[in-house]
Ligand binder design. Structure first.
Ligand code: FAD
Ligand code: SF4
Length: 351
């Protein structure tokens, strides 16, 4: 029986899975399709709710995973084919020339940001000063294109009036995305605070449906934002437009006051939701596992086995099972390693 584990995806969830398996004396192959490890988090200068560095977190995980003697890292490739049954899987990488026998497989392929141009009313992709939260994250990065100053794309002007639209691409029946993406209220609030810290005179207005800041330290961050003078208006932005100077006009409704409102902003950031990784359907077919109605991978049992896929010997970690913040992905890496260890021990006993 093969005790090696294949981990698909080298983001924080995949890396922590490999580190935890190494600690349990189980060897793994960590396969990442990009040239670098770290997934999305390697691009974040500051993370909610404690404003720690995402880049430093990734560096620490990467140092640990590269130093783990039972982990083989393969970047710039993916799994193209899987044959056999657990615990005797045979996985082929890349063009199929490299084959590895593995006893179990962990899928940690993460998420894809919602394509904001699909909500046409915001004009993303048409109006230069309507950007996404992922692009705003890049602007907030001192190592990014503007050195961390929030300059609007059309003319490089430092922003004074910023609107942040929550729930873009989430909680939307028309798009077939009924689910809440769970973390966008928090990363948007973190971004609003960072804008105010960089440019204290800036007026930052958040348009929300409900505020969902459920985790430890999240609500405190939301309170801090309000104390800093960041305005929260309950209501969805109905439409954006553009003025000849590049300013963005918005029409919305304040659902607390029951009144339509209008405004003019230098920059509008769309807090997009998250959708499953682009190749999730392909991976599901290749591994013969199910995806749920929302497109994320389905668990064997949501209460008892949240990290087991619907096929024996295949496991799930991180945002591949549904959106979650970084600490939950790390916890998932540890949980899935324990599940894999128990599974391999059970298989060994059966044999
Ligand atoms: C704008 C924004 C800001 C955020 N800010 C925060 C924050 O401040 N704090 C916080 O806690 N969370 C934040 N998050 C959430 C955070 O990004 C996720 O929790 C985290 O990225 C999930 O990690 P993961 O490893 O599950 O997935 P990912 O980070 O998506 O990593 C998945 C990895 O799998 C790889 N992969 C995909 N398909 C394959 C394949 N077929 N073969 C091989 N490799 C594959 C990808 O290339 C990627 O490297 C933010 C999210 C967004 C969108
Ligand atoms: S976390 Fe907040 S912004 Fe994101 S979908 Fe849920 S309610 Fe909307």
């Amino acid at each position: 029986m093969e005790r090696k584990v294949l981990i698909l995806g080298g983001g924080v969830a995949g890396m922590q899975t490999a580190i935890a398996l190494n600690g349990l004396g189980i060897s793994s192959v960590l396969v990442e399709k990009e040239q670098e490890l770290g997934g999305r988090v390697k691009n974040y200068d500051k993370t909610f709710p404690f404003f720690h560095s995402g880049k430093e977190l990734v560096k620490e995980l990467e140092d640990r995973v590269r130093g783990a003697h039972l982990v083989e890292i393969r970047c710039g490739t993916t799994v193209s084919h899987v044959e056999g049954q657990a615990p005797h899987f045979q996985a082929s990488l890349g063009t199929g020339n490299y084959k590895i026998p593995v006893g179990a497989i962990v899928v940690a392929t993460g998420f894809e940001p919602f394509d904001a141009s699909l909500q046409e009313e915001y004009g993303y992709g048409v109006y230069k000063n309507v950007i996404t939260a992922t692009e705003l994250e890049h602007l907030l990065d001192p190592g990014g294109p503007t050195g961390g100053e929030i300059r609007r794309p059309s003319d490089g002007k430092i922003v004074q009036r910023v609107a942040i639209a929550f729930c873009v691409g989430s909680r939307n029946e028309q798009l077939g995305h009924n689910y809440c993406s769970r973390i966008c209220c928090s990363f948007s609030t973190k971004q609003a605070i960072e804008i105010k810290e960089r440019h204290p005179d800036a007026v930052v207005t958040c348009f929300y449906i409900d505020i969902r800041t459920y985790g430890r330290g999240f609500e405190e961050m939301y309170r801090r934002a309000q104390e800093m003078g960041i305005t929260y208006i309950r209501g969805r932005i109905a439409e954006c437009g553009v003025l000849p100077n590049g300013d963005v006009t918005i029409r919305a409704e304040d659902t607390f006051l029951g009144k339509p409102i209008q405004g003019v902003f230098d920059l509008v950031s769309l807090s997009h939701g998250m959708t499953p990784a682009l190749d999730a359907p392909k991976i599901a077919t290749m591994l013969d596992i199910d995806v749920a109605e929302d497109g994320f991978f389905e668990c064997r049992d949501k209460d008892l086995y949240p990290n087991d896929a619907t096929r024996e010997g295949v496991f799930l970690a991180g945002a591949a099972i549904g959106m979650k913040p970084i600490p939950d992905c790390i916890a998932d890496g540890n949980a899935v390693a324990a599940r894999v260890a128990a599974f391999l021990a059970e298989m060994q006993e059966r044999n």
